[in-house]
Design a protein around this ligand. Structure first.
Ligand SMILES: Nc1ncnc2c1ncn2[C@@H]1O[C@H](COP(=O)(O)OP(=O)(O)OP(=O)(O)O)[C@@H](O)[C@H]1O
Ligand SMILES: [Mg+2]
Length: 238
């Protein structure tokens, strides 16, 4: 049975979708069967995994019986992907639970890329998640909103949450232009699971380049997070 992990944040644009793909691919590199589900109607995962041109169905079509669960599943090399409908206005948490039942026996991990904020998309992702990853960049505005998102996830029943601090730039931290890791952990009071450095090449992912591989600045961070998700003790080196 798959472990289901919702990736969330308060503010938008902090790196949820990029990290969903990076962590998913790092788990796949460990031999795990990984499904990425885009739970954000603004949709990013298909672009970041290079499957956009093949898309016909999304998980909304499965929920509304317009196709079989297999039809909405797309092969993105080492991971599978299901994309989001344009709107989830009339989709209920119960329908979401039914949807996940069709996939959870076939995968080790299902990563649910949530939209920013604490609205319907997060509610749907949390209705099926047994764990949460809250992403924040190291600045006060994002940190505060990450706390609010984590509290909302707890209200929605996802109490096992971990923090990922993304876009850490050592030089800016040293110069006091970004918060240091300890301050972010203290402010959020969420247990840390990983720190991802600023990596200029991450944005090339949306241009169809496979940037989630060895030699990439952020790749080690994704592998470390994957190891910790699997329960290993991986030392954090900043
Ligand atoms: N570690 C990083 N280093 C450099 N750029 C990054 C990093 N992580 C993400 N980005 C860039 O930040 C931008 C936003 O990333 P992404 O779309 O993954 O965020 P998001 O939280 O999913 O956004 P949204 O809330 O809109 O869904 C993208 O241009 C991406 O390439
Ligand atoms: Mg996103």
């Amino acid at each position: 049975m798959a472990k289901k992990i919702a990736i969330a944040s308060g503010k938008g644009g902090v790196g949820k979708s990029s990290l969903t793909v990076g962590i998913g691919k790092a788990l796949a590199a460990r031999g795990k069967k990984v499904l990425l589900i885009d739970c954000d109607c603004l949709k990013s995962i298909d672009l970041l995994t290079g499957i956009t041109e093949f898309l016909l169905y999304n998980w909304g079509d499965v929920v509304k019986n317009r196709c079989d669960s297999e039809n909405a599943l797309y092969d993105a090399g080492d991971v599978k992907v299901i994309t989001c409908p344009d709107s989830y206005e009339d989709i209920t948490p119960e329908e979401m639970k039914e949807l996940i039942k069709s996939y959870e026996e076939s995968f080790d991990y299902i990563l649910l890329d949530s939209p920013a904020g604490i609205d319907k998309g997060l509610t749907l992702a949390c209705s099926v998640a047994d764990r949460g990853l809250v992403v924040s960049t190291p600045d006060l505005v994002c940190v505060r909103s990450a706390c609010i998102a984590a509290r909302q996830m707890e209200k929605l029943g996802v109490t096992d949450t971990r923090l990922i601090i993304n876009r850490v730039k050592k030089r800016d931290v040293t110069k006091g232009r970004l918060l240091n890791v300890d301050s972010v952990i203290d402010s959020t009071e969420i247990q840390l699971i990983g720190v991802v450095p600023e990596d200029a090449k991450i944005r090339l992912g949306s241009m169809g380049q496979d940037i989630y591989k060895k030699g990439q600045v952020s790749y080690k961070a994704f592998c470390n997070i994957a190891g910790r998700i699997e329960g290993e003790t991986v030392t954090l080196k900043l």
